[in-house]
Design a protein around this ligand. Structure first.
Ligand code: ZN
Length: 416
């Protein structure tokens, strides 16, 4: 099916990464930075030129487009989604992408900052990329494969489907979002307009990987109320809320239940911010677990710890507030097993080994899943993300496109 097709994902990618689309966590506008719209506008125009007649960018910088069904079967509408913004952690301005052809396992020294060296010993996945063509940045910036790889691959999928009408598929929807890296990627998405039944984000790493699980997440705000008095005359009266807060932080487990001591499927309680005076002090925590019921256990544990500490100071009081953040998308995806099953079959047909992974964080997919659009995450090939050593294999990008082409066909075959 791909024998006469020349992939366009890498060519597109090399162009898209040269546009600075960094998002800004401090901004309250939508999108958080206007410059993201420059890429979004180009994507809408390129989709139009391919023949995606309804392609457009809305006022918030979201790009929508539809590739109509070409089958008589009743196939659910499938959406592919990726984000145009890059992470605020590392500069995304003046990205100079470099292609290293036929990689042979050697160190890759980035020319604009020779201290930036991509080494196989530090990135073991490079072993799998021997013989591939690898794209890096030049040393001063991130590359932006997260997630312009996904963007370029979805654009190439559109190009492929529109030039290969013999490939049968249901309706395929495309959406490109801004601000994923600052947690606002779904803030202004219009799911009614999108009209898809299932979605896949293209925002993952190793070829063949498929993520169907994220953390479930809550925030907790603990407020400690002390008793204030003039420090010169406060013997037996003052209760310093900051000292109680210090005691609470010190009492947190150090060898378990913390980000520093957990990996895999274990969650944690993590203080992220402290703010206070002698009179009143607040500590903000994030609580993470793959099982939502496990969040409650961790919160109960924390509440008991805070209560016992504060009880040592009879006139002090505390307030314990839990704020829901996001939930493990597996709770939704388990109700629609076809979303993950069809993706596994597509990865298999692309000649890859399926690697099911869980994300120790959240994704737009977890938010979309709970908004009513079940949305696992497919690999896009990105490696070393949010850093100057970010890189991607052109062959992995092409495998991502191939996987999507199989995926729309699997949905068509399995429909009635
Ligand atoms: Zn991403």
């Amino acid at each position: 099916m791909f024998s006469n097709y020349s992939f366009t994902a890498a060519e597109r990618f090399l162009r898209y990464v040269q546009l600075d689309t960094q998002s800004d966590p401090q901004s309250s506008s939508s999108p958080t930075t206007e410059k993201q719209k420059e890429l979004s506008r180009i994507l809408a125009t390129e989709l139009q030129h391919m023949g995606v007649t309804d392609a457009h960018m809305d006022e918030w910088g979201y790009v929508y487009g539809t590739i109509p069904s070409n089958t008589k079967k009743d196939v659910p509408s499938i959406c592919f989604c990726s984000h145009v913004d890059t992470a605020p952690d590392c500069s995304g301005a003046n990205v100079k992408p470099l292609v290293h052809k036929n990689y042979q396992g050697n160190d890759i020294v980035l020319p604009d900052d020779e201290t930036q060296v991509l080494r196989l010993s530090e990135y073991p996945y490079l072993e799998k990329l021997i013989g591939h063509d690898i794209i890096t940045a030049s040393g001063n910036t991130l590359l932006g494969a997260d997630d312009k790889a996904g963007v370029a691959e979805i654009m190439d999928l559109a190009n492929f489907l529109l030039t290969h009408p013999e490939v049968k598929h249901g309706e395929v929807k495309i959406v490109f979002t801004p601000d994923e890296e600052v947690g606002k990627g779904t803030a202004r998405i219009d799911l009614k307009k999108l009209g898809a039944a299932f979605a896949y984000t293209l925002d993952g790493g190793d070829a063949g990987s498929l993520e169907d699980e994220t953390f479930s997440a809550d925030g907790v705000v603990v407020t400690i109320n002390g008793v204030i008095a003039h420090p010169g005359y406060s013997k037996g009266k003052m209760i310093n809320a900051m000292k109680i807060a210090g005691q609470i932080l010190d009492a947190l487990p150090k060898d378990r239940l913390s980000p520093e001591s957990t990996e895999g499927k274990r969650g944690f309680i993590h203080p992220v911010r402290i703010d206070g005076l002698a009179e009143k002090c607040t500590i903000e925590f994030i609580v993470r677990d793959f099982v939502t019921a496990g969040l409650k256990k961790k919160e109960d544990f924390l509440k008991t710890l805070v209560g016992e500490t504060v009880r040592g100071y009879p006139k002090a009081t505390f307030d314990f507030q839990v704020i829901e953040q996001y939930r493990n998308m597996k709770e939704v995806l388990d109700q629609f097993p076809q979303a993950v099953d069809n993706a596994k079959e597509a990865i298999h047909r692309a000649g890859l080994e399926v690697k099911i992974e869980s994300i120790r964080g959240g994704t737009d997919g977890s938010r979309l899943s709970f908004m009513g659009l079940p949305c696992p995450n497919l690999f896009a090939g990105m490696q070393g993300i949010h850093s100057k050593l970010e890189h991607i294999s052109i062959q992995d990008m092409n495998k991502a496109v191939e996987t999507m082409v199989h995926l729309v066909q699997v949905w068509e075959e399995r429909a009635v």
